[in-house]
Write a protein that binds this ligand. Structure first.
Ligand SMILES: Nc1ncnc2c1ncn2[C@@H]1O[C@H](COP(=O)(O)OP(=O)(O)OP(=O)(O)O)[C@@H](O)[C@H]1O
Length: 326
């Protein structure tokens, strides 16, 4: 399936409103515009009360929304994986996506930097904006998008190259570091810039002290936890704004997991982090807000993490959190 075929259908994506209008966050006073607040209450004219989800609570967060999804649906062939997801993800915070296996968490996460475009069977319908800019617009630059919205996967996946080469892979690819022969031979600035990116990224990923004297060693010689922090450094090296993490600690031991959790909390001071986790304690420990998905790809509740874990609005969420199902 081509990228164009994966584009959301403009006619259904925005309930008939123009995408550009919808992306304009200043347009809230227009009574005909779709209300994309995390409350999930769709105020488009003509919608009946029955269609309003009665389990949502108003979620007032500090700061601005970095990522907004509106009526986001994904099908794999005939099967729906996520259903009408409309939320706002605040900047410089950690948002946890939790829910039982197969409820669509990873699918939702992958929509945020169009990774689902790579899956032939995936059909995406709806809107995702980053800083108000529609990422599913025609002609969107996917390389640039994935630089802005980076991703860290469940299994650490360093390249079989040196630690240094792993970190500078992205900046070289994006042209932030010149790679021509002359630049490499005579480019003092280039070398300095490369060193600077390597040190900054590895420090930000809390692994510099462990690798500073072996930057030219193969990354595959690192422990699993170190490899994952290296992958986070690789993601940070291209200056992302949003970092998507799909169960980044599930393959790690408790000590490595704890380092990743500390790191995620630190990263949220500068970046917008969205993390899928099966570990509810982890979600409760590190996230500012939590989205609870349940079977069928339905987002049942979204709000402040303390409120979700201590006093959920939805009985189904309470049952899930207290282990009655899932
Ligand atoms: N590439 C794919 N092709 C077809 N169906 C898929 C694909 N990826 C996911 N699905 C289906 O979409 C649904 C949601 O899957 P997804 O992986 O997003 O859920 P999840 O909540 O992240 O699950 P888990 O917690 O087990 O990782 C599931 O029914 C799954 O089988």
């Amino acid at each position: 399936m081509s990228e164009t075929e994966n584009q959301p259908r403009p006619d259904t994506a925005t309930n008939g409103t123009d995408r550009t209008d919808q992306a304009d966050r200043t347009d809230r006073t227009d009574s005909t515009a779709t209300d994309t607040r995390p409350s999930g209450r769709q105020t488009t004219a003509g919608e009946t009360e029955e269609t309003v989800h009665d389990e949502w609570v108003e979620y007032d967060y500090a700061g601005a929304a970095k990522v907004t999804t509106t009526d986001l649906n994904v099908h794999y062939g005939d099967d729906r994986a996520i259903e009408d997801i409309s939320i706002e993800i605040p900047e410089q915070s950690v948002t946890a996506l939790i829910g039982p296996s197969g409820c669509g968490k990873s699918t939702f996460l992958r929509c945020l930097n169009r990774m689902n475009d790579r899956i032939r069977a995936a059909a995406i319908d709806g809107s995702v904006t980053v800083d108000g800019e529609e990422i599913y617009r025609d002609g969107a630059n996917l390389v640039e998008l994935r630089k802005r919205v980076g991703m860290v996967f469940q299994q650490p996946n360093p390249f079989p190259k040196s630690i240094r080469d792993n970190v500078v892979y992205g900046p070289r690819k994006h042209g932030d570091i010149k790679t021509g022969l002359l630049s490499r031979l005579f480019g003092r600035d280039t070398n300095e810039k490369e060193d600077e990116i390597v040190e900054r990224s590895l420090r930000q990923a809390a692994i510099w002290d462990e690798v500073e004297d072996r930057l030219d060693d193969n990354a595959l010689g690192l422990s699993g936890g170190q490899q994952q922090r290296l992958c986070i450094a690789r993601c940070l090296a291209v200056d992302p704004e949003v970092i998507l993490m799909d169960e980044p600690a599930s393959a790690l031991d408790p000590i490595a997991t704890s380092k990743i959790e500390d790191l995620i909390e630190d990263l949220a001071e500068e970046y917008t982090v969205v993390i899928v986790t099966h570990n509810m304690q982890q979600a409760a420990r590190i996230s500012d807000q939590t989205a609870v998905f349940l079977t069928g790809g339905e987002l049942v509740e979204y709000g402040d993490t303390n409120q979700i874990f201590e006093n959920p609005e939805s009985q189904r969420v309470e049952d899930y959190i207290t282990g009655k199902f899932g």
